[in-house]
Design a protein around this ligand. Sequence first.
Ligand SMILES: Cc1cc2nc3c(=O)[nH]c(=O)nc-3n(C[C@H](O)[C@H](O)[C@H](O)COP(=O)(O)OP(=O)(O)OC[C@H]3O[C@@H](n4cnc5c(N)ncnc54)[C@H](O)[C@@H]3O)c2cc1C
Length: 433
Amino acid sequence: MAMDDLQASTSGEARRYDVIVVGGGPAGLSAAETAAEGGARVAVLERQKEIGYPVHTSGGTWISDMRALGIPTDLFYPIRKVIFLSPRRQVQFDYAEPVCCVLDVRGLYQHLAGRAVAAGAEVHPNTPVEGPILEDGRVVGVIAKDHRNRAGEWRAPVVVDASGFSSTIITRAGVRTGFRRYGFGAEYDLYAPNYDPNSLYLIMGSQVAPSGYAWAFPRGKGRVRLGVGVLRPDVDADAREYLDAFTERLPSLAPAFVGASPIEYHTGLFPSEGVVPRFVESGLIATGDAAGHGSTLVGEGIRFAIYSGRMAGTVAGEAVRAGDPSAAFLARYDRQWRARFGREMEISYIVNQRIANWSDTQWDEGIELLRRLSPGQAAELLRGDYSVALLLGVLRRNPKLLRSGAKKFFDLALERLGRAAPVTEAEVLTPNA
Ligand SMILES: Cc1cc2nc3c(=O)[nH]c(=O)nc-3n(C[C@H](O)[C@H](O)[C@H](O)COP(=O)(O)OP(=O)(O)OC[C@H]3O[C@@H](n4cnc5c(N)ncnc54)[C@H](O)[C@@H]3O)c2cc1C
């Protein structure tokens, strides 16, 4: 911390920066890095005493994205087998060359914090933000308490709301209301010596997770994250109760957890409403979960938070250099994000709404359909990497979908991907037609 900051805090004067980032999760730390790279003087304000603690995520993600984002390989654990379970069905996909992985979450967040600091940003742990400072309808800073519990003003032309689910600034600035539909997850991080370290499970059905799913994510050295997530308010089930009864509710997996014991306990909330209509305002940019930028398909948000944070920080830096933090200037971030992710997020939300309340029988049928896909197709679907070729490929392996209610979904998704004509049996049954 610079000496003048210390003096400002004791004299009660406002601290001044170019960009203030609220929240030191993956979105905020990534925004801080790119804003600082753009020449801005940046402060990240994080309410917790440590970056990456407490963990409130399972850390499942994709190796290609971690490579693209320059994440060191010792921060993720590659997965070789992905197993989907429904009440009466099971399908396994093997990846000799792993495509998905489980993160060392705390390690990743601290790595991102190190990168932000190396780029020139300051990180202030133990600094909870109470709300925005608004002047003439514009966000011009925030009120935060420092590590000695003294409230003070932190002023900057651009504030980045990266406060996750709580979306502290954007909701208090009146840009939108809080999330009403969300995933509620509870998870044990166990030492489980009898668990197969290569197998990642995604488990559906009313026994283990009504309107949601359960998961078991190995992460090396005998550790496994075992969790349950449910969608609120679709159901009012308590994920914690289902988690505690997991091995009784799914006896087939009980042997994998013999001799296991939790070492950590995590809970968290994830927005599940699809893309929010607005995430910039004059002097304000929201990113990551605060902007609803995660995928509602399986409740995946870490890589999206990093990408969205990087975009937000870049545009914040540009606004500072241009001396223009107006909503009109910052809207370029909105446009860039929608151009890159809007379509896949929209389709994922359509899928989420279709499958969220599936019955056990529908899950069994769904797993049967998955069985006919190649490991590559299954991974693309799970990633939400929709393309016309992928959707037609899925239909070619499951032509009976064209005679079911699913046809409407495929037509809608293909339309979103830019194909106006509804899909026909002829083109599915004769691939080269
Ligand atoms: C149970 C569960 C499991 C999940 N599993 C996965 C998974 O396997 N893979 C995946 O990709 N995603 C997963 N997600 C989603 C993922 O965790 C989020 O999308 C991701 O963490 C979003 O990052 P973020 O930086 O936007 O927000 P967060 O990670 O929530 O970070 C926000 C930060 O802001 C801080 N903050 C909040 N309010 C204030 C304030 N007033 N003042 C100062 N600081 C504040 C918080 O302390 C926090 O550090 C899961 C989510 C849940 C709930």
